[in-house]
Design a protein around this ligand. Structure first.
Ligand SMILES: [Zn+2]
Length: 177
């Protein structure tokens, strides 16, 4: 009898392990450099472009059957940095992309990130292959003296609510100073 009980318990734990594994996917890795950090799915590729102490771009993501990206653009600057201007710059560069058929922009939302004033805006981009969802946000960190423009772009969600949750996961893990 006791042996059966042990066997059943072992099966219950094995099953619990499988379920926990599902709930926890994906495993997260931490990007940390140039004085800031954030978490991203560990199987995603990290690309640093022209990155140094004063400015740069960090992009993490995956593109196979799905597209899923988080892009960080940062610049060493001062409190006069125009955070709304950073959003406009991002959107106008999206509009310039040849294959973009239409760009929809949601409301501009003002909030705070780690005590800094932050603005963000939901958007969708329509192109011949379908529709991508994302959020562009920007804030100035007076502790590190850096302006950050953070953009998500993904076709793994299909509503504004999900796009905002997707963006929020990156923002929540983002440490600016
Ligand atoms: Zn900060």
């Amino acid at each position: 009898m006791k042996r059966y009980l042990v066997l059943i318990l072992a099966m219950v734990f094995a099953l619990a392990g499988v379920m926990a594994g599902c709930a926890l996917t994906p495993e997260l890795a931490t990007y940390s450099n140039y004085g800031f950090s954030f978490q991203y799915p560990e199987n995603y590729t990290v690309v640093e472009r022209d990155a140094n102490e004063s400015s740069g771009t960090i992009r993490v993501g995956v593109e196979n059957d799905k597209a899923d990206f988080f892009n960080v653009w940062y610049v060493k600057t001062g409190p006069q940095w125009n955070i709304e201007g950073a959003l406009e710059h991002r959107f106008s560069s999206m509009e310039e992309v040849e294959w973009v058929e239409s760009l929809y922009r949601g409301e501009l939302v003002e909030t705070t990130k780690a005590g800094h004033r932050m603005v963000y805006q939901y958007y969708t981009v329509t192109h011949p292959a379908g529709k991508d969802y994302g959020v562009v946000g920007a804030f100035y960190c007076d502790k590190s003296g850096k302006g950050f423009e953070l953009t998500t772009l993904t076709n793994t969600v299909n509503s504004e609510e999900e796009a905002l949750e997707h963006f929020q996961r990156y923002i929540d893990s983002f440490v600016c100073h």
